[in-house]
Design a protein around this ligand. Structure first.
Ligand code: SAH
Ligand code: DHB
Ligand code: MG
Length: 225
């Protein structure tokens, strides 16, 4: 996704971020550690992190599922928003990403609230379903976009009425409207939205976002039955 360092929306993002998101040593250190470990700089932004924090607090979530950990920047936001007895289960394919995340969680002192489950997320989700895992209160989908349709279907099996489902990167510079896109990420997001549209158990919307990382959007849904 192109970066827009000089754009007005980057300046506006910085204006609100500087005022509303207090500078934070552990989050800054996580970003630096990710960079040093050569992880892609595709974590959510500080204002997006505070948006997830609000969703956790507004929904009163205690059990969170995250699909796609990377260096755990978003996970730290989710974990910190939880009450003392809350937990985040975060799924990651790449052992290297998980190792960087684990160190970031220790540094941020949230490691006791987080379980990292390694492996392809769809397999991990199926094993959670098989083990009759208790339903999650909030699910954040942010792994490979081609997997989104399957992650939605499996997430619904780990949900209850009231579960909040959020998915990152559903706009992708507007490319989502190109039905003929050859990009599997775009086709994955489109199929995901079509599944949502056909799913009576979900009420949902999309919030388009512009920020220092470009033009994108969050899907937000709630399970109603
Ligand atoms: N949520 C993170 C960013 C996640 S980036 C944040 O905002 O800080 C997407 C992550 O999904 C990457 O670490 C990538 O390795 C992981 N991923 C990709 N395919 C996956 C799969 N099949 N199963 C689990 N994780 C996967
Ligand atoms: C990509 C993935 C993300 O989760 C993101 O926020 C931005 C980009 C990507 O795979 O390109
Ligand atoms: Mg993302």
């Amino acid at each position: 996704m192109p970066n827009h360092p000089d754009s007005l929306w980057t300046k506006v993002d910085k204006y609100f971020g500087d005022l509303l998101v207090t500078t934070d040593e552990a989050l800054d250190a996580a970003v630096a550690a990710n960079h040093a470990a050569k992880l892609p700089a595709i974590d959510i932004t500080p204002l997006q992190g505070s948006f997830l924090e609000l969703l956790v607090r507004m929904s009163g979530a205690r059990r969170i599922l995250e699909i796609g950990t990377l260096g755990g920047y978003s996970t730290i936001w989710l974990a910190r928003a939880l009450p003392k007895d809350g937990r985040v289960t975060t799924l990651e394919l790449e052992p290297h990403h998980a190792a960087v995340a684990r160190a970031n969680f220790q540094h941020a002192d949230v490691h006791k609230k987080i379980d990292i489950l390694l492996g392809p997320a769809a397999d991990t989700l199926r094993s959670l379903i098989k083990k009759k895992s208790a339903p999650f209160d909030l699910i954040f989908i942010d792994a490979d976009k081609s997997g989104y349709p399957e992650y939605l279907t499996l997430s619904l099996k780990l949900s209850r009425p009231g579960t909040v489902i959020v998915a990152d990167n559903v706009v992708r510079d507007g490319k989502v409207i190109n039905s003929r896109s050859k990009d599997q990420s775009i086709q994955g997001v489109r199929r995901f939205i079509e599944l949502v549209a056909a799913e009576p158990r979900l009420r949902a919307t999309v919030l388009q976002t512009v920020c220092g990382k470009g033009y994108d959007g969050f899907f937000i849904g709630v399970v109603v039955e």
